[in-house]
Write a protein that binds this ligand. Structure first.
Ligand SMILES: [Fe+2]
Length: 547
C-alpha cells in the first residue's frame, strides 16, 4: 500500500495566520517593505504594436535602477538592457486601484522592428537602503502586425481577469478599500498600477488552486495557495489569475511544440478587431472571467466568417465596460442591479452583471457554448476536494479524442488535474447514457457534449465550519437571484449543483471547441500526453493541417 501524501503543508503558519491568509485582506501598497525600500513599475498600456513607444512609470526609494527585458516564450530571449535609469519615490493616491497611480513617466523606448509578438518581462533592480538589491517585475504584451498569418495561432491573454484580480493598491473586483468603511470591492478599477506579486513570475513550487493532497475521512479542506501566498509575500490572488499561473503555460507549450503563436491582450478584441482577420485559429486559456460586449462581438464575427475559436478556459462570467480608452474596467458584479447606473436607463444590455442575467439577453453559451452560472467550482475548499481530477469522457469517438485511446467513462487529464478550479457548464439531460443540452439550455444548435463532470456553486460539508469557508454560499445565492429573481433557499437548491463540460459546435462558417476549465494549462505544464494530444487535435483542425 502506498502512503497517502502528507496532509496539507503548513508553510510555517499558525492556525490564526492560516485563517488570515484565507479570510483576511492583504495586498501590495507603496511603503509595505518598510526600511528596506521598494521599486514598482507599470506601463501606459497592456499591449503594444510593432514600432510603438512604451512608457514606464517607476516609483523607487533608490535614485537609479537597471531594467532587464526578456521575451518569455519557449525559451527566455534577452531583448533589452536599460542601465542607470533615473528614478524617484512618487506619491501614490490612496485610491490608486480605482484612479490609477498617476506617477510621472520615468522612461520611454520604442519597440524595435525585429521584436516578435509575445510577452515581455521586465525585471527592475535597484539598491535597497540596507545595501541589498530590491527588485520587481512588470510585463507587457507585444501584438503581431496586422495581416495574413497562415498557419499561426493567436492567443488572447485574459487581461480583463488579470485586472479584476490584481491586488496592487488595495482594491480589485473581489476585495477592497473602497467605500466609506474602506471594506468594499471596487466597481471601477484602473490598469495604471503595477501587477501584484506573482502575476508576472512565480517559483515552480507555488501551489495551484486545486487540492493535490489525498484527504482521509473527516479532513477539513484547506486552501494551500492562499496560505503559501501569505507565507511567502505573494499576492493573495496569484493563483487565481495572471500570466505566471495561466496564460504563460499555454504560450510556452505551443511554442516549444513548434507552433507559430502570437499574443494579444483582450483590449485588441475591442480596439483592434482587425487583428483577428489574419488568423484561422484564436485561443483563450486559463481563468478567463471578464469580457466586454465588444470583445464578444469580435469573436462571434471571427467564428461566423470561418474562424476557429479554441477555448481551454473556465469561468465566462461577467460583462465589463471599459472607460478612459481602456485604462479603467467597470464591473458592479453582485451590486449591479442596485448600483450600476445603466439600470437607470432604457437599454440594459451593457449591464455589468453575469452574462446570464436575463436583462442582458446574451448568455455566455451564445459565444462559447457554455455558461459560468451552470458551472463554477470543483476540486478545492468545500467544493468536491476529492472530486474527479480529470474530465469524464462521454463521446470518445469525437475527432478531438482521435489517437488518445480514451474510452467512454475515462478521465482525461486526471494525472495532471485539469478539472477545476472553476468550470463552465450547461443544463443537460441524459439519454441512453449520454448527455444532451436541454431545450431551454441556450446551447447553440448542434452542440455536442464531449465530457461532463460535476461542480457546485456552494461550499458545503459538515466538517467545514463557517469560519473555515472561503466563499460559503455567496456565489450560489447570487446565481439564484440572477437566474430566478430571488436569493431564496428554494432557488439556491436549483443552482447548488452544476457541471463542467467540454463541448464542440459549428457556427456560421466557423467552429468552436471549448474545454470549460481553468486548469487545462496544468495538463500542458505537467506534460500530460493525453491532454497534449487533444490540444494538438484541436489546433490541427483549427489550422487545417495534420500535426
Ligand atoms: Fe473566477
Amino acid at each position: 500500500m502506498t502512503m497517502a501524501r502528507d496532509l496539507f503543508p503548513d508553510f510555517g503558519l499558525t492556525q490564526a495566520q492560516r485563517r488570515e491568509a484565507v479570510r483576511g485582506h492583504y495586498y501590495e501598497y507603496p511603503g509595505m517593505d518598510g526600511e528596506r525600500g521598494e521599486i514598482w513599475c507599470y506601463s501606459n498600456r497592456f499591449s503594444y504594436h510593432p514600432g510603438d513607444e512604451v512608457t514606464l512609470f517607476i516609483s523607487s526609494t533608490a535614485s537609479t535602477c537597471d531594467i532587464e527585458i526578456v521575451r518569455d516564450g519557449a525559451s527566455e530571449e534577452h531583448a533589452l538592457s536599460l542601465c542607470g535609469i533615473a528614478t524617484s519615490w512618487q506619491e501614490t493616491p490612496d485610491q490608486c486601484s480605482v484612479e490609477g497611480c498617476g506617477w510621472q513617466p520615468s522612461h520611454s523606448f520604442r519597440i524595435p522592428a525585429d521584436w516578435t509578438s509575445g510577452a515581455y518581462r521586465l525585471t527592475l533592480t535597484a539598491q535597497g537602503r540596507d545595501g541589498q538589491p530590491i527588485t520587481s517585475h512588470h510585463l507587457f504584451i507585444l501584438c503581431p502586425a496586422v495581416g495574413a498569418k497562415p498557419g499561426r495561432i493567436l492567443q488572447i491573454a485574459a487581461t480583463g481577469t488579470w485586472t479584476a484580480y490584481n491586488t496592487w493598491g488595495g482594491s480589485n473586483h473581489y476585495q477592497g478599500i473602497a467605500g466609506a468603511n474602506r471594506d468594499q470591492y471596487a466597481t471601477r478599477i484602473s490598469t495604471q498600477r503595477p501587477w501584484c506579486r506573482g502575476f508576472v513570475v512565480l517559483p515552480q513550487d507555488a501551489p495551484r488552486v486545486p487540492v493535490e493532497v489525498s484527504l482521509p475521512p473527516g479532513t477539513v479542506p484547506r486552501y494551500p495557495h492562499m496560505e503559501w501566498a501569505y507565507a511567502t509575500g505573494h499576492s493573495k490572488k496569484y493563483a487565481s489569475s495572471g500570466w505566471a499561473s495561466y496564460d504563460s503555460h499555454f504560450f510556452r507549450w505551443a511554442e516549444s511544440a513548434g507552433y507559430g503563436i502570437d499574443l494579444a491582450s483582450q483590449h485588441e478584441l475591442q480596439f483592434h478587431p482587425e487583428l483577428l482577420d489574419g488568423y484561422d485559429c484564436v485561443v483563450f486559456v486559463g481563468h478567463d472571467e471578464y469580457w466586454t460586449w465588444e470583445m464578444r462581438d469580435t469573436v462571434d464575427r471571427f467564428v461566423e466568417r470561418g474562424g476557429f475559436a479554441a477555448r481551454f478556459a473556465g469561468n465566462f462570467m461577467w460583462q465589463t465596460r471599459l472607460e478612459d480608452d481602456g485604462r479603467a474596467q467597470v464591473c458592479y458584479k453582485y451590486r449591479a442591479r442596485a448600483e450600476d447606473p445603466i439600470y437607470q436607463t432604457e437599454d440594459l444590455t451593457r449591464a455589468t452583471n453575469s452574462w446570464e442575467a436575463p436583462e442582458i439577453g446574451r448568455p455566455g453559451a451564445m459565444t462559447f457554448g457554455l455558461n459560468s452560472t451552470n458551472g463554477v467550482y470543483a476540486g478545492w475548499g468545500g467544493c468536491s476536494p476529492r472530486g474527479a481530477r480529470g474530465f469524464p469522457i462521454c463521446r470518445p469517438e469525437h475527432w478531438a479524442f482521435a489517437g488518445t485511446g480514451l474510452f467512454y467513462g475515462d478521465l482525461l487529464g486526471a494525472e495532471s488535474h485539469i478539472y477545476g478550479y472553476e468550470v463552465d457548464g450547461l443544463e443537460y439531460e441524459i439519454r441512453y447514457g449520454r448527455p444532451y443540452p436541454t431545450a431551454t439550455s441556450g446551447a447553440p444548435a448542434g452542440l455536442e457534449i464531449l465530457a461532463l463532470g460535476m461542480a457546485s456553486s456552494v461550499e458545503e460539508n459538515d466538517v467545514l465550519a463557517p469560519e473555515d469557508r472561503f466563499f460559503g454560499d455567496e456565489d450560489g445565492r447570487f446565481i439564484a437571484e440572477t437566474l430566478y429573481g430571488e436569493a431564496s433557499d428554494e432557488n439556491l437548491e436549483k443552482v447548488r449543483y452544476s457541471n463542467g463540460m467540454i463541448v464542440s459546435f459549428r457556427k456560421g462558417e466557423g467552429e468552436v471547441f471549448h474545454a470549460g476549465t481553468c486548469e487545462w494549462v496544468a495538463g500542458l505544464l505537467r506534460s500530460d500526453a493525453m491532454v497534449e494530444k487533444v490540444t494538438h487535435n484541436v489546433l490541427s483542425r483549427a489550422l487545417g493541417s495534420s500535426n
